[in-house]
Write a protein of this length. Structure first.
Length: 144
């Protein structure tokens, strides 16, 4: 059964220059989409990836990453906004890189475009009202 998972990968200094992602894709028949990357040369690399493929291949791929010394954390698949809690302050828009949150210039209200969201969690941290939350969902059948 096809599935996809969003994962944060932390490549510590001792493994960040190894061909781990290449081996992951080649050996486990996975497709990946880079959602975000941050590299601190000679110190640490962080990638947020969507891994897609057969459910067992995704699970085995994550085990492989961990065996190679990569820290793996499953993250939210998407963010959701609680309309009742949102006061439209705009704090979230300052940290939203993919422009999934934007202030409407006519209404001065924050608009949320979930199809652009990469679930990085920055908006959740920035929101003083805690109106944004990451949620995990199973995406079955739409991988690839």
């Amino acid at each position: 059964m096809a599935t996809s998972k969003n994962v944060l990968l932390i490549f510590h200094q001792e493994v960040m220059y190894k061909p781990i992602i290449h081996n992951l894709v080649r050996n486990f028949d996975l497709i990946f989409n880079i959602l975000e990357a941050k590299i601190l040369p000679r110190r640490e690399g962080r990638l947020i990836l969507e891994l897609a493929g057969d459910e067992e291949a995704v699970r085995n791929g994550i085990e492989f990453l961990e065996s190679e010394g990569v820290t793996v954390r499953t993250i939210a698949d998407q963010s959701r906004r609680d309309e009742e809690l949102c006061v439209h302050c705009g704090a979230c828009t300052a940290v939203c890189r993919p422009d999934a949150l934007a202030v409407n210039p006519e209404t001065l209200e924050v608009e949320f475009f979930p199809e652009r969201c990469v679930a990085c969690g920055l908006c959740e941290t920035a929101c003083p009202m805690k109106a944004l939350k990451g949620v995990n969902i199973e995406r079955l059948g739409d991988a690839v």
